[in-house]
Structures are given as C-alpha cells and as structure tokens.
Design a protein around this ligand. Structure first.
Ligand code: NAD
Length: 484
C-alpha cells in the first residue's frame, strides 16, 4: 500500500530538472482509496515551449540523436529498457495506485511492455536498412531513404500510461525523432519514473521531455509550430478535435481512439476452457481498455447457457484494491468515470436490457470508485449501451441467428478497433475474423503483440502503432533520382 505522499517540484525538460514556469499543481488521488497520493507541477504553455525548443535543438543538431548511427541509438534504447525494468515494482505501485489497474496486469503491461518495445525497435533499426536503391522503369535508379519525422508530440491517456507512452517513444526514438510526452493528469506520478530512467540511461539532453498537464496543454502541444508529428491515444472526441488541427496544419498524426468491439461466440465454442482468455479479451483493466470485446454475440441455440456462463463468471470475480495481488477487478480511475459508467448502466436498464449480475457498487467497499462487474442480457445492438464505449466492467450479451447475422451485428457500430471469435474450429474462426471490419481481432483470445500492427478503422482512429508499420509512422520517405 502507498503511504507517503509522492511529491515533485520540478519538471523534466530538455534533460534537466527545471523549475516550473507557474505554481499550478496537479494533485493525484488514488482510485482505490480516494486519498491524495501525490502532487506534481502542472506544465504551462511556456514550459511546453521550452520542451519543444529543446526537442527541436536536439533534433536539428548535426551531430545529435537523429544523425547517430542506428546501432548507437539502439544501445541507448537498451539502457533505457534496463533502467525502466529496474523501476518495475515502483511503476506498478504508482500506476495501480493512481488508476486502479489490477497489480498483475500492471506487472505484465506497465512494468514490462515498454522495455520489450524499446528492445524490439532497437533490434529493428539496427538490422533494417534505411536506404534502398530501386531500379526505375524509365532507366536509372532511385535511392529511397527513410529519415526521422522530426519533433514528436506524444499525448497519452491514463488507462495504460507507461505502455501507451512506450508504443510511441520506442519507435520514435528508434527512428531518430525527439519527443515531448504529455501524460494524462490522472497518471502523472509514473511519468517521473520514466523521466528518471531516461536520465539514468544517458539519453541526450532534449531528446525526451515530459510536460504534465490536461487537455489545454495537450492542445497547445498539438498546434505548436515547432512540432512535426503528433501521436495521440485517447477518446474519439479528443481525437476528432486533434485531427482537425492537424488537418489544418497538414501535420502527420496517428490516432488510437475508442472502441466497442464484439466477442463473437460461435456455436461450437468451448466456453469453460476459454474463461481466462475471455476475461483478458472482454474485461481487462476493469473494462478500461480500448480494444475490449464488450459486446458478447451469442448464438440463439446456446443463448441461455452463454448468459449463465458470463453471469456466474463476472459475478465471481474478486473486486478490490488494485494493489492487492488477489484483485481481478479494481476501481474506475475517477469519480467522474464511475458516474459515467453508472449512467450507462441506468440507460441500459431504461432501454429494456436485463441486468443478470452486478449493476451497482460493491457493498463491502466503502472507499474507492468501484463498480460491480455487470452483465446485461437481451441487449438490442441499436441501443446506447451496445453502441457507445462505456469504459467500465460492463458486458452486453446480444443474441444472433446465424453467422452472417453475427458478422452484421459485429460490424453495425461506429468503431473498429478490436474483437474476438470463439470456436473450436480455427479455420471457421479465421473465416469469421476476416469478415469483421476492425483493425485487430483475436481467435480464442486477444493479446496485442509488439510485432503486430495495432490500431483502428472508422471512429477508432488513423494509422498503426507497433510492428514495422509503427516505426514507419515516425519516418519520412524520400526519393533521390540518381544520375542516369
Ligand atoms: P481523453 O481523450 O480525454 O484524454 C486522453 C489524453 O489526451 C489525455 O492526456 C488528455 O489530457 C489529452 N487531451 C484531451 N483532449 C485533448 C485535446 N483536445 N488536445 C490534446 N490533448 C487532449 O481520453 P481519456 O479519458 O484519458 O482515455 C480514455 C479514452 O482513450 C477511451 O475512449 C479509450 O478507448 C481511449 N483509448 C484508446 C486506445 C487505443 O489505442 N485505441 C488506448 C487507450 C485508450
């Protein structure tokens, strides 16, 4: 448990610990206890100017980071991976204390994933050529080069603060970019551990700066004249507003936004054998993950059995303090988020769906922003709880007739980020997976992998992170027509 207040009075800008421009402070409250657990300075516009200026200088320096041989950058990234790993336990404490992420998930995703990504992209740039000579059709050759995109503004949400910073930082650093990270105000405490790791790893001054702040500071960074590329993860509403600004500026942008994915249970699925994977695909992180399959599509031939299985499974989950190793479902990140989830539960009831388990607050927890794992049965896919992202531990079971009907329902939504198909026949699973309009989908599970491009279609976003495609998002491609 956290006891001591975590307090910082400086900002990590340009590789130094600097005095903030203003006296504004971000106060962090624990999702588990509702107690204040930390305070950090809030960056002002002037602080963002300093961070971007340092990133600009570091990027434009003729002997600097962007011009280093890939192997030298890769070595620095491996040092950063080690420095982050050595802070793994502290990262988990801070993340789970702030946002309610169950400890076991924090250990895998927050403490481990960024280091894995840094090593993955370090290996990639060390081994992949950034120049290629291509024979032309009109005679002569073209030299095709990949150069770093420039100064990156990276805007991070609170639900996976370290992992999603890593999704951006690792490929950006590998490509030779410099980065200004804006963490979410709910999860600023762990960003200081990242800053300390960057310092310990000897990443050159100005290559990474961190500006804690809310949406205004995020918007200021997005529109900053000295920034070359924006990488954003967050809500679709914020993504649309960022896309408008980047459209006007013709500034490259990657947007990882919300989702409302389907978990399609086929009539041959082995549910008892799939429960652990279903939990990861549908309820991970207290339902606060963008790709979760929160619409459970159930064949009418097995409908009652599937409703019963999800009802008893969700009803038996251990809800409690995220820092308790036994906890499977922790609290919502904030009072506001809990109100939002409870608003959707009320809306679902009003719209005629049937609550089969949960629907309220756990009786035995009088502190923390908890919501009981909740299952709605008899949900109409046209209703609000089936169409809008709830971002809490709430599942909607929707009946379907045949497989065509299941695919139609899965695709009948504004989003297209994740999804899953559950079956004992892998070929059938793949056939259905191919028909779902989504950026990513799993068969009998859902587990994003560093090598696999991740991102959405429709209202779930633009562009891809992870894999070689994630590196390409931080590179400019140029052609030099060689002398014929
Ligand atoms: P949010 O959009 O409110 O905030 C995300 C981040 O953007 C925060 O750092 C916030 O300060 C900043 N921000 C907000 N408005 C901004 C603006 N106009 N300009 C610049 N910055 C701005 O989202 P949230 O509530 O923090 O996160 C939850 C949302 O994120 C959910 O909708 C979820 O689906 C989505 N999400 C998507 C992915 C993905 O990879 N697709 C991953 C995690 C979360």
């Amino acid at each position: 448990m956290m006891s001591d207040l975590i307090e910082y009075d400086s900002l990590f800008i340009g590789g130094d610990w600097v005095t903030p421009d203003s006296s504004e402070v971000i106060t962090v409250v624990s999702a588990n206890t509702e107690e204040v657990i930390g305070r950090v300075p809030e960056a002002s516009e002037r602080d963002v100017d300093r961070a971007v200026a340092a990133a600009r200088v570091a990027f434009d320096d003729p002997g600097g980071w962007s011009s280093w041989p890939a192997a030298r950058r890769a070595e620095a990234m491996r040092r950063l991976a080690a420095a982050l790993e050595s802070r793994g336990a502290e990262i988990v404490e801070r993340v789970s204390g702030q946002n309610g992420m169950p400890r076991v998930i924090g250990e895998q995703l927050e403490a481990m994933f960024p280091a894995t990504l840094l090593r993955y992209y370090a290996d990639m740039v060390e081994n992949a050529a950034t120049e290629e000579t291509r024979p032309g059709l009109f005679g002569g050759n073209t030299l095709v080069t990949r150069t770093p995109a420039g100064v990156v503004g990276a805007i991070i949400p609170w639900n996976f603060p370290q992992a999603l910073a890593g999704f951006k930082l690792a490929p950006a650093l590998a490509a030779g970019c410099t980065v200004v990270i804006k963490p979410s105000p709910e999860t600023v405490l762990d960003s200081y551990l990242l800053a300390e790791a960057i310092e310990e790893a000897g990443i050159p001054h100005g290559v990474v700066s961190i500006v804690p702040g809310g949406r205004e500071i995020g918007a200021y960074l997005v529109a900053h004249p000295q920034v070359d590329k924006i990488a954003f993860t967050g809500s679709t509403a914020a993504g649309r507003s960022i896309a408008k600004v980047c459209g006007e500026l013709l500034r490259p942008v990657t947007l990882e936004l919300g989702g409302k994915s389907a978990a399609i249970i086929l009539d041959d699925a082995d549910l008892p054998a799939s429960l652990q994977n279903l939990f990861g695909a549908c309820l991970l992180n207290n339902g606060q993950a963008c790709y979760l399959g929160t619409r459970i599509l159930a064949p009418r031939s097995r409908y009652d059995e599937i409703v019963d299985t999800f009802t008893s499974f969700a009803g038996a989950l251990t809800v409690g303090d995220a820092l308790d190793p036994a906890t499977q479902v922790g609290p919502m990140v904030s009072a506001r988020q809990r109100e939002r989830v409870e608003g959707y539960i009320a809306k679902g009831r009003n719209d005629g769906a049937r609550v089969t388990t949960g629907g309220g607050r756990p009786k035995d927890l009088d502190r923390g922003w908890f919501v009981e794992p909740t299952v709605f049965a008899d949900v109409d896919n046209a209703t609000t709880i089936a169409q809008e992202e709830i971002f809490g531990p709430v599942l909607c079971v929707i009946p379907y007739g045949d497989v065509d009907d299941a695919v139609r329902i899965a695709n009948d939504v504004d989003y297209g980020l994740g999804g899953s198909v559950w079956t004992t026949d892998p070929d059938r699973g793949l056939d259905v997976a191919r028909r779902v309009n989504t950026g990513t989908i799993g068969i009998n599970g859902y587990l994003p992998d560093p090598t696999a491009p991740f991102g959405g279609i429709k209202a779930s976003g633009l562009g891809r992170e992870l894999g070689p495609e994630g590196l390409a998002a931080y590179q400019q491609i140029r052609s030099v027509y060689l002398d014929k």
